[in-house]
Design a protein. Structure first.
Length: 584
């Protein structure tokens, strides 16, 4: 903290960290601590992890696995109370369970380990570390097998969403593969259901299944052995894949509220959704579909935001994402003669006023098979668009295109300018008249990522030294409008541990990338949450050591207890939070 004098979050750039360092590396003068770990009990009387892992019943009341989206929402008028919201994208069964655990226990526990957690936090005073509260009033686990989601919007109740267990097509049990997300101005949390295809066994013979990657291979978890809904070739499971791939909305302030799946926002492999209130009061959500050669989308609400702050206004705002128009982006380059990747773009409508604008497709088909609808209007195939986030300060939008190994020299374009793009890039979008409801925009590549050895790198015009950066994924802004970029894949692309980077967006340092932290071996950096006025940064350390095994772990984060210590694996040992403070 002694380094933080001039600005709220001044820091000395850290050196890049080798991929095998099993530690969190932070700048000089900072320290780090774990707030919540997989398996931490959220309710009184719930056990911790045991020497053999956990059970489905316990997991449903413990913090879940592999967090991606993260927010820490400080209570209004307080500096010492908050709720933490994290989602639990997927499970690493190979390191979660002792080898002799039976298959059904593994499956059922994994269902409970997916979903989201809402957990109350407390601290002694502003600037002190947050601690989580066992049994906090708002504590909640949302899981894949216990939580009912209401389906809303124009496709709710569609025959495409009906199943024998839910003939209404309006009530889905669970959410899964929740990747990134966003917190709305009305205080709810959005989360994207991303790679849902990998949980299903399907014939894969229809264009609809094929377009979403559903097929006979890939459901390595074999959940269909324990619940037929995961078998899309069965009557029970035929429409079940259509019930995932949505943006979900959760109200963390009300633990008994029913979370919602918003069909108006389309069905993709949703990375997440980030909302801004346009000047005319409509809310605009920006969204990525994270797969190679997929598209960037925007949703514009039918109704206007009510900022009066009353309970009635909040209830109204919670329905803003239920009705609106859906668009997909086409980026056109203006040529590379000017030396930069930039150009103009257009938002191509897929729905208007609750109706389809795609010939031959009903509104329900456009929303359930959004990728197929988008294909008809020729949007730009991007290099895996992950987080798409508007700056609330400048209203500009930033798209993290994480990488694309399959881009070839013949299909490059100015917005995706590198073949075999291993390092990714960041697109900056400026809407016409800076209006977020505009139908056209200008764009440029803020960053073309890489290290000193990568071809074609560009750092927003900044020519001084920068930190190497590869595979940008989750984005966030601090209160001063600087961009923070977390990475997922630096070990494979540039041989470095995944990182969190700070990037200036304006002034002479625009494009200057400075590394703030590195995550432990095998992990990607998720979150992030930047409370710069508080001198704090929060990240979700996802899948540390995921290529290891139960017997031979590759990461001991966050407790760093040696395997073979007593108790076995150290899995019942929790170090006091203040003992281990790397970074000093
Ligand atoms: Fe779950 Fe697109 O990362
Ligand atoms: Ca150009
Ligand atoms: Ca991601
Ligand atoms: Ca990623």
């Amino acid at each position: 903290e002694d380094q933080r004098t001039a600005a709220p979050l001044a820091f000395a750039t850290i050196a890049p960290v080798a991929a095998d360092v099993d530690d969190v590396t932070v700048p000089r003068g900072y320290r780090w601590d774990a707030i919540l770990r997989w398996g931490d009990p959220l309710f009184p009387g719930v056990p911790n992890l045991t020497a053999t892992g956990t059970t489905a019943a316990d997991q449903a009341k413990q913090f879940g696995y592999n967090c991606d989206y993260l927010d820490i929402i400080v209570d209004k008028g307080s500096t010492t109370k908050a709720v933490l919201v994290a989602n639990h994208e997927y499970t690493n069964e190979n390191i979660m369970f002792a080898p002799d655990t039976d298959a059904e226990t593994i499956a059922r526990t994994a269902w409970a380990a997916h979903g989201l957690s809402v957990v109350e936090l407390r601290r002694a005073a502003a600037g002190k570390p947050w601690r989580y509260v066992v049994g906090g009033r708002r504590n909640r686990r949302i899981t894949l097998d216990s939580t009912t989601f209401a389906v809303d919007g124009p496709a709710a109740g569609s025959t495409l969403l009906q199943t024998p267990a839910d003939p209404t097509g309006k009530a889905v049990i669970g959410t899964m593969n929740n990747c990134s997300g966003g917190t709305t101005p009305w205080g709810t949390v959005l989360s994207g259901e991303e790679n849902f295809h990998q949980y299903f066994y399907a014939a894969g013979t229809t264009p609809q299944e094929a377009r979403y990657g559903l097929g006979t291979s890939g459901d390595s978890r074999r959940w269909r052995d324990f619940d037929h809904r995961w078998d899309a070739t069965s009557a029970a499971g035929a429409n079940e894949p259509n019930r995932f791939g949505w943006i979900v909305e959760v109200d963390p302030q009300n633990p008994t509220s029913t979370p919602v799946k918003h069909t108006a926002m389309g069905r993709l492999k949703h990375e997440g959704a980030n909302v801004i209130i346009a000047a005319n009061g409509k809310v605009v959500a920006y969204m990525g579909d994270d797969e190679r050669f997929e598209y960037v989308y925007k949703f514009v609400s039918r109704d206007r935001y009510d900022g009066s702050g009353t309970a009635a206004a909040r209830a109204k705002n919670k329905r803003l994402l239920s009705n609106g128009d859906l668009f997909v982006a086409r980026f056109t380059g203006d040529g590379l003669e000017d030396g930069i990747s930039d150009g103009t773009g257009v938002w191509l409508p897929l729905t208007k006023a609750g109706a389809s604008v795609v010939p031959g497709m009903s509104i329900e088909e456009v929303l359930v098979y959004t990728r197929l609808a988008a294909d008809t209007v020729m949007p730009t195939k991007m290099d895996r668009p992950e987080d798409v986030q508007p700056s609330l300060k400048s209203r500009r939008i930033y798209v993290a295109c994480t990488n694309n190994s399959k881009r070839t020299a013949t299909d490059i374009d100015e917005a995706n300018p590198r073949p075999a793009n291993k390092d990714g890039h960041i697109v900056e979008i400026i809407e016409t008249n800076n209006s977020n409801t505009a139908s056209t925009f200008r764009w440029n590549l803020l960053l073309i990522c890489g290290d000193a050895l990568s071809a074609g790198t560009y750092f927003g015009g900044y020519t001084g030294p920068v930190s190497p950066i590869s595979c940008p994924d989750n984005l966030a802004f601090d209160s001063t409008g600087h961009l923070w970029i977390s990475t997922d894949g630096q070990p494979g692309s540039i041989g470095l541990a995944d990182a969190l980077h700070h990037v200036a967006l304006a002034g002479p340092e625009r494009g200057r990338v400075r590394q703030f932290l590195a995550v432990p071996a095998g992990a990607e950096t998720c979150g992030p949450v930047i409370h710069d006025k508080d001198g704090s940064v929060f990240v979700a350390v996802q899948h540390p050591g995921e290529d290891g095994s139960w017997e031979a772990p590759q990461s001991l984060f966050p407790d760093f207890v040696t395997p073979g210590s007593t108790p076995p694996g150290g899995r019942e040992v929790r170090r006091p939070p203040t003992e281990h403070r790397p970074g000093h």
